[in-house]
Design a protein around this ligand. Structure first.
Ligand code: ZN
Length: 375
């Protein structure tokens, strides 16, 4: 599944103080004609260009390849004149009168599945509308684009989109054009919003290129996706084995969890309904350790399903137990489907607290299969 996901290039122009616009309704001109030409080339080199609904509402862009020569070159290679245009919306608030829908070639909209019928009703034939599950899931967007043959995706903003893809660890490259002036307003939109970014002081990006384009400084960064090691896959496979030990249930998932210390040794494992009919796998594993066990600091939790963020049976959901434990890293096979819980926020809760969460889509099918009777 992952090898079909496109290469993701994030393109942004910002002021020296990191703003992508000011707070007036007029669009702030950060770039120069020369730099817009570079962006036009990037679009022409992409199979798809993506923006968030906020940017569509704010700037009403057409998002086209403007150069006729570049369009002709695309067509000569057998591609449509314009890359596929992609919009993401959390709320579904998309005006069919926006210029985005009425120029270019194919368009596709991704939204939480609950918003899909309303968007289809509003947009009609203007765009394909695809649901990404309980939430706006950038991984599901990339999977679907990959299946549509998109090999290279350009993310053009705004801040919510950049934050969504960067915090999910789904960006390969950033092209940041720095305009030589200040905006100087706290309320003006920024390149990214607050969040937990895999690229921090200890995990720096690679500066691949710096280029002067007139008075614009172009910085090209390569972003290493958070690494999932062979050992991670092995431990996650053990967690799936553990999930096969769960007493059968028609009302709850069978989940397995393994906790591994920083030195690579297993310190606990557990499965759903192991010690009582309500216990969850992560909880069962953590219950085998003293809460102040020093090996928990810096440990990794391998779990077949996203830790729960809400639960009916106990006061403390597993995501909170993990946060309290000192575990710094969570590797999971499968995100919570909206079967028993409407919208699991386990991953978001963990990431907001600075825990690095990695998904291993290669093992998702196997983890799901253990629960095939629930689907
Ligand atoms: Zn749980």
């Amino acid at each position: 599944m992952t090898d079909r996901r496109p290469y993701v290039l994030l393109s942004v122009a910002a002021s020296v103080d990191g703003h992508i616009d000011d707070s007036t309704s007029e669009r702030l001109l950060l770039s120069t004609p020369e730099d817009f030409d570079r962006v036009d080339q990037l679009r022409a080199d992409s199979d798809a260009v993506l923006v968030g609904a906020g940017t569509l509402r704010r700037d009403n862009p057409r998002l086209l390849v403007n150069s006729p020569e570049r369009r002709a070159q695309r067509q000569a290679k057998g591609f449509p004149a314009y890359p596929l245009k992609v919009a993401l919306t959390g709320s579904g608030d998309l005006d069919p009168g926006l210029r985005f829908w009425h120029h270019g070639d194919g368009k596709v909209v991704y939204a939480p599945s609950a918003a899909v019928p309303q968007i289809r009703a509003r947009l009609g034939v203007l765009a394909d509308v695809v649901g990404t599950g309980a939430r706006l899931d950038p991984g599901a967007v990339l999977d679907d684009l990959g299946e549509r043959g998109v090999r290279r995706l350009m993310v053009e903003g705004g801040g919510a989109m950049h934050t969504l893809f960067l915090t999910a660890g789904l960006v390969d490259e950033i092209q940041l054009a720095v305009a030589p002036f200040f905006v100087g307003e706290d309320s003006a939109p920024r390149f990214v919003r607050a969040g937990h970014f895999p690229q921090d002081a200890l995990h720096r990006m690679t500066l691949a290129e710096t280029r002067a384009i007139g008075d614009i400084a172009l910085l090209r960064y390569l972003v290493a996706r958070p690494p999932l090691t062979a050992a991670d896959r092995r431990w996650l496979a053990f967690a799936i084995q553990e999930s096969r030990l769960c007493p059968p249930s028609s009302t709850a998932y069978s989940v397995g969890a393994v906790i591994v210390a920083e030195d690579g040794t297993e310190i606990a494992r557990g499965h759903s309904r192991e010690s009582d009919p309500q216990v969850h796998a992560e909880e069962a594993a953590l219950a085998k350790l003293a809460p102040d066990d020093p090996r928990l600091r810096g440990a990794t939790l391998y779990t077949t399903l996203e830790p729960c963020s809400r639960r009916a049976s106990r006061p403390v959901p597993c995501a909170q137990l993990v946060l309290a434990s000192g575990i710094r890293r969570v590797v999971l096979a499968w995100r919570e489907p909206a079967l028993f819980v409407a919208d699991c926020q386990g991953v978001e809760l963990l990431e907001q607290a600075g825990i690095s969460v990695l998904e291993c889509p290669e093992l998702a099918a196997e983890a799901r299969e253990v629960n095939a009777h629930l689907a």
